[in-house]
Design a protein around this ligand. Structure first.
Ligand SMILES: [Zn+2]
Length: 338
């Protein structure tokens, strides 16, 4: 009951208190009704089947779903909330109203059990591009470029790029999971993996831009960042999943690394400085999509989904820069050795 009430609070601004009360009442009544009948306006939930004595049929909801889908926690109540929100949004649209956010999130149309199908598909595509980029980097560095007599790469940042690749793929994997179904666990995993990736790319930016090569300086540079990121992740997971604070932390780390790369590319005249600049400017521009935040078009494509689309070419460009850098460093090292 408390949940239904809580859920029904629609974020449409403080001044619309009358509408606020009306909307919460509408949704609450709708959810209560749906939990009794299992249907909203002709659409019925497969999770709300009742026998004649009013008890759910086939045991509790978690016994009705195959085991591998249970983490999604689709039950009668969450289905009812979804159908009631859809019904309300349709009603609003007919009256010429604009979409509103529920619990700070836009309402999406589900497809095949996926909550935000477009973002899931694009996250998977990002994952594929990260994998492709990382594999092609790996092949270049270990099979195409010359190795030292002890079978190590001449390029000093190989390990950093490898970890970056793994963290990126991990982050896109959890992004796809989170967009398939947004529950507390998937949200924490998505959030934590994204923060870990951002923190590590900051370390990569600092070490590459300042040419930090010996072990002691590397440890000295990375430790504060790792300590900060770990504390932040623990805070989010164990204490308070504070969105506002998390956005500030992510933007600060993101802007810091974009600035480092941009300034470094300008100063050093790296042979692939143009790729770096396009990636940096592109990265900055696509951040605007996250800030602009428009509602999902036809219930499917919102600004966040578009943001996931734009990161695909940037990923390709970024790995292309990593490969250029590896070739550049290896050849200049070999020239010096001659
Ligand atoms: Zn996302």
């Amino acid at each position: 009951m408390v949940c239904a009430l809580e859920f029904a609070f629609v974020r449409i601004g403080i001044n619309h208190s009358f509408y606020y009360v009306f909307a919460s009442h509408f949704t609450r009544t709708c959810v209560e009704q749906c939990e009794k009948t299992g249907c909203v306006g002709g659409k019925c939930s497969q999770h709300c089947k009742f026998s004649s004595d009013g008890k759910p049929e086939g045991g509790p909801w978690y016994l009705q779903e195959p085991l591998y889908l249970q983490w999604k926690q689709w039950d009668c109540r969450s289905d009812c909330r979804y159908h009631c929100m859809l019904a309300r949004e349709e009603e609003r649209e007919k009256l010429g109203g604009k979409p509103v956010k529920y619990h700070g999130k836009w309402l999406f149309h589900r497809a095949y059990g996926f909550q935000e199908p477009v973002s899931v598909a694009l996250s998977a595509l990002n994952l594929a591009f990260q994998f492709h980029g990382w594999v092609s980097f790996f092949i270049l560095i270990y099979y195409k470029l010359p190795l030292t007599p002890s079978k190590k790469t001449y390029y000093e940042y190989t390990g950093l790029w490898n970890i970056y690749g793994i963290l990126s793929m991990n982050s896109w994997f959890w992004s796809a999971v989170f967009h398939s179904r947004d529950v507390e666990l998937t949200e924490k995993l998505h959030c934590s993996s994204a923060v870990a990736l951002l923190g590590f790319s900051l370390i990569l930016a600092i070490q590459r831009a300042f040419s930090v090569r010996n072990e002691a300086s590397r440890v000295m540079v990375s430790t504060p960042v790792i300590a900060f990121v770990t504390t932040h992740i623990l805070y989010l997971n164990c204490y308070n999943l504070d969105y506002g604070l998390n956005i500030k932390v992510c933007v600060a780390m993101g802007v810091a690394q974009l600035l480092i790369w941009a300034v470094w590319a300008g100063i050093t005249h790296h042979p692939s400085w143009s790729k770096l600049w396009v990636a940096v400017v592109g990265g900055g521009l696509v951040m605007l999509l996250e800030i602009y935040d428009f509602p999902p078009y036809h219930g499917f494509v919102d600004s966040h989904a578009l943001w996931h689309a734009t990161t695909i070419p940037l990923t390709y460009l970024w790995w292309s820069f990593a490969k250029d850098d590896a070739e550049f460093r290896t050849s200049s090292f070999l020239k010096k050795a001659k």
